[in-house]
Design a protein around this ligand. Sequence first.
Ligand code: 1AG
Length: 135
Amino acid sequence: MPADFSGKWILETSEKFEEYLKALNIDFATRKIAISLSQTKVVTQDGDNFDFKTLSTFRNYELAFTVGVVLDEYTKGLDNRNIKSLVTWDKDMLVCTQRGEKANRGWKHWIEDDKLHLELTCEDVVCHQVFKRKE
Ligand code: 1AG
């Protein structure tokens, strides 16, 4: 059975998020808002087709992708960059490489003990977020 990411997840812990935002050149004021937010992930999964919605009171972000298919992603409302994203499986982990202006950019999602983990990487910064199931 492949990992099941679907459901509603709420942010529980976030490490190095502000450093990650800095690496993306997000300005001071926006960073202060962003780090104070509660984030919810709403994930739907149908085989290798995924839809990740990241919701907050400030901004929302949606990413729909198919594993193994390169996607032109525009990070609207985040750092507003155009990137080429490719998500692949590494065992039960979703691994995304985001090619563009920023070096070493990408993310990983995995499930461990019924928690959703997200590692966001940009340059030499790795941010680690953990989400717990909502209701
Ligand atoms: C992502 O996750 C990132 C989703 O692709 C959003 C999480 C963090 C924000 C990243 C960059 C922030 C840039 C500017 C800050 C402004 C607003 C913050 C709003 C945060 C809620 C949207 C990978 C995966 C699929 O879950 O998307």
